[in-house]
Design a protein around this ligand. Structure first.
Ligand SMILES: *Cc1c(COP(=O)(O)O)cnc(C)c1O
Length: 373
């Protein structure tokens, strides 16, 4: 077999355009949180997602926190979150003093199982946070039906789903506020950074004030409430503006890579391939397979190690929140069985937009060789 360089799980795709824009931002001397690119970033991303307002912030985590504070969620409140997500989703709830309520996920997408939401709702429940895991949208019509019935806010954690579509519309459209991350391993990146989208003028205004120390827009140094410094910089926005010009190409590459992986791995009986539901256009932020350890004769983590010895990076998915000390107290009624099963059997294979066809063929060939042994 041909020898390859180590193939990373994901790498940012930064090119000449990014360099050109960031140089321009440096030369403009607008390096802080005001400047041409910050404004352009907010406007362009809101337009891309068909939202009225975009509020840029310094990370995806603080985007979630800002959204919750803007919706006045706090001590004694409860917020529904999926048990299988990056911990930031639950942490943001805890920062406000509210409690996350953990709900199990679907076995095919890993997204929150809408069938289980209603049984977790109490008189304290204020909101549902859904996470479009690895770029596959949740079933938003059903989530919103429940939210309407119980008068709850909906927040979409879109950190992994820029450009993903639900019934032909880009995600974000299905919530009061949606939150994006532009961390280094997301679909488009500017290192760190985040954004809240909303159609509501009041929420927009409130989030703008809260991210800027709670200062009134028209009265500098006049603080109406305790705010934060959640602003981002013009330098990062410059990189981001170049990334946005390439987002549709990145998504297409990820979809093509998925197709190729699926084709090459389809006959392996211990692998379950990722799915795309009828209502969804997934961005496949990560290419994720389910490993049946009994059929493979090796557990997932040994398989990860074996891949690494063959120069291929791969990664376990998130631990179930309920399995970790800060969150175990938020276990309610059901067994959270599926999140547990997925967490210990799912595997991310290299998913970078810089992957070549040869590299994907090498990865799949190596996988087939490993299971022969
Ligand atoms: C990455 C991620 C976040 C946090 O974003 P940061 O920009 O790293 O703070 C939140 N939720 C999910 C689902 C994520 O994948």
């Amino acid at each position: 077999m041909i020898k390859m360089d180590f193939i990373p799980i994901s790498e940012p795709n930064i090119g000449d355009k990014e360099l050109e824009y960031v140089t321009d931002a440096v030369k403009s001397w607008w390096v802080s949180s005001l400047g041409y690119y910050v404004e352009k970033f907010e406007k362009d991303f809101a337009a891309y997602c068909n939202a009225k307002y975009g509020v840029s912030v310094s990370s995806g985590t603080v985007a979630l926190h800002l959204a919750l504070v803007a919706l006045k969620i706090g001590v004694w409140d409860e917020v529904i979150v999926p048990n299988l997500t990056f911990a930031a989703t639950a942490n943001a709830v805890l920062y406000t003093g509210a409690n996350p309520v953990l709900v199990d996920v679907e076995s095919d997408t890993g997204n929150i199982n809408v069938d289980f939401i209603e049984q977790h709702i109490t008189s304290k429940t204020k909101a549902i946070i859904v996470v479009h895991l690895y770029g596959h949208p949740c079933d938003m019509d059903r989530v919103n039906e429940i939210a309407k019935k119980y008068n709850l806010f909906v927040i979409e954690d879109c950190a992994e789903a820029h450009g993903a579509e639900y019934k032909g519309k880009r995600v974000w459209k299905f919530s009061d506020i949606s939150c994006f991350s532009f961390y280094g391993n997301k679909i488009i990146t500017t290192g760190e950074w985040g954004m809240c989208l909303t159609d509501d003028e009041n929420l927009n205004q409130r989030m703008r004030e809260l991210r800027d120390h709670g200062m009134k827009k028209d009265k500098r140094y006049r603080h109406a409430e305790i705010g934060f410094n959640y602003r981002m910089t013009n330098l990062q926005a410059a990189i981001w503006c170049a990334q946005l010009e390439r987002i549709d190409d990145f998504i297409q590459i990820k979809r093509n890579n998925t197709k190729l992986y699926n084709e090459l791995l389809k006959n392996i009986n211990w692998i379950t391939l990722p799915i795309e539901k009828g209502y969804a256009k997934s961005t496949y932020r990560m290419y994720t397979i389910f490993v049946d350890k009994d059929k493979l004769g090796m557990d997932r983590d040994t398989f990860i190690k074996t891949l690494k010895e063959n120069w291929i990076d791969s990664r376990q998915v998130f631990y179930p929140l309920v399995d970790m000390p800060p969150y175990e107290q938020f276990w309610k009624k059901d067994e959270l069985k599926i999140s547990n099963q997925l967490s210990y059997s799912w595997l991310n294979l290299p998913s970078s937009t810089k992957l070549t066809k040869e590299k994907i063929e090498f990865i799949c060939k190596t996988i087939i060789e490993i299971c022969k042994k």
